[in-house]
Design a protein around this ligand. Structure first.
Ligand SMILES: [Ca+2]
Ligand SMILES: [Ca+2]
Length: 109
């Protein structure tokens, strides 16, 4: 799939603009502005599978680093502290990776 199949290109551009500078990425703000927060649980899980580069069923820190680039290939990488706080925001069971359910709960929290 292409991310613009499920999200508006304008909304993605606006969400990326808000976190253009390093260490300004705020997960909830991004999910709101991009429109992700308004999507159904099953749509959010489609997006999860799209972000899960190696199709492992989990997002690890290496994949989270490239989170923004899954929305727009020219976007920046997340910094180490942004990657860690995104992981912490979703990783409810503390296993160091984000499953589809954890991702969906974070988006809709
Ligand atoms: Ca993975
Ligand atoms: Ca987890």
């Amino acid at each position: 799939m292409s991310i613009t199949d499920v999200l508006s290109a304008d909304d993605i551009a606006a969400a990326l603009q808000e976190c253009r500078d390093p260490d300004t990425f705020e997960p909830q703000k991004f999910f709101q502005t991009s429109g992700l927060a308004k999507m159904s649980a099953s749509q959010v899980k489609d997006v999860f599978r799209f972000i899960d580069n190696d199709q492992s069923g989990y997002l690890d820190e290496e994949e989270l680093k490239f989170f923004l680039q899954k929305f727009e290939s020219g976007a920046r990488e997340l910094t180490e502290s942004e990657t860690k706080s995104l992981m912490a925001a979703a990783d409810n069971d503390g296993d160091g990776k984000i499953g589809a359910d954890e991702f969906q709960e974070m988006v809709h929290s």
